[in-house]
Design a protein. Structure first.
Length: 189
């Protein structure tokens, strides 16, 4: 009989000596990860995965049909990112664990300077499935917030689908609150 494999589950809050995440507690886990700008090659892989993920989310939310989803997702991305990785104001980052140097996820955010007050907009954050629930998304968003603050952003906005309970919970714990809701009622014929 083989021995049970030892799986090391590290939590960033424990590693950094920071208190466990709580909306009441100010945590500083951003220093446990660093945001590294993507290279062209990394962006190519990322773009394809983002198209697939965005298509899937829209199908799941009931907005798009499965057959059209990929093309619609591709078009949306093309519209937003007219110059790809070099599109002004857009930041594409790998989330790197400072200690191990490993990439644990990605963040795509934008400097939205169109309104009265400049605000960051998080287009997408993903943590690798096997690295979830260790505080990486929270740490990455903290790091992103610090970067955005440094660039003059006064707030951070994002959109999340209602079915994405994990993300909603993570955002709420970081201090985000809901500013609008889109509701849907299917009509039977
Ligand atoms: C959403 C996502 C980025 C969260 O990443 P993560 O690194 O696991 O998040 P964290 O470890 O920082 O979690 C912070 C808190 O969020 C909540 N949370 C995260 N995942 C959760 C889940 N699956 N179920 C319930 N709560 C969850 C918990 O309260 C968690 O704190 P806890 O672990 O102390 O209980 C990750 O699940 C993901 O990549 N999902 C797929 C892509 C996606 O949906 N991105 C968001 C698009 S808007």
């Amino acid at each position: 009989m083989s021995a049970t494999p030892q799986v090391e589950i590290r939590r960033l809050d424990a590693m950094c000596g920071a208190p466990k995440l709580s909306s009441q507690v100010e945590v500083t886990m951003g220093e446990c990860v660093r945001l590294v700008p993507m290279s062209e090659a990394e962006f190519g892989t990322y773009e394809q995965a983002t198209v697939e993920g965005y298509a899937e989310e829209n199908v799941q939310a009931g907005y798009w049909e499965a057959e059209e989803a990929l093309e619609r997702a591709r078009q949306s991305l093309r519209q937003i990112l007219s110059q790809g990785l070099a599109t002004p104001g857009h930041h594409f980052c790998r989330v790197e664990d400072v200690e191990s140097g490993e990439t644990v996820g990605t963040v795509w955010w934008f400097e939205d300077r169109a309104g009265k007050v400049p605000r960051a907009y998080v287009y997408y954050i993903v943590v690798e499935p096997r690295r979830r629930r260790r505080g990486y998304a929270s740490a990455a968003l903290r790091a992103m917030e610090a970067e955005a603050r440094g660039l003059g952003m006064a707030a951070v906005r994002l959109h999340v689908f209602a079915h994405n309970h994990a993300a909603i919970r993570a955002y709420e714990r970081l201090g985000f609150h809901t500013t609008s809701l889109t509701m849907l009622k299917p009509l039977s014929s």
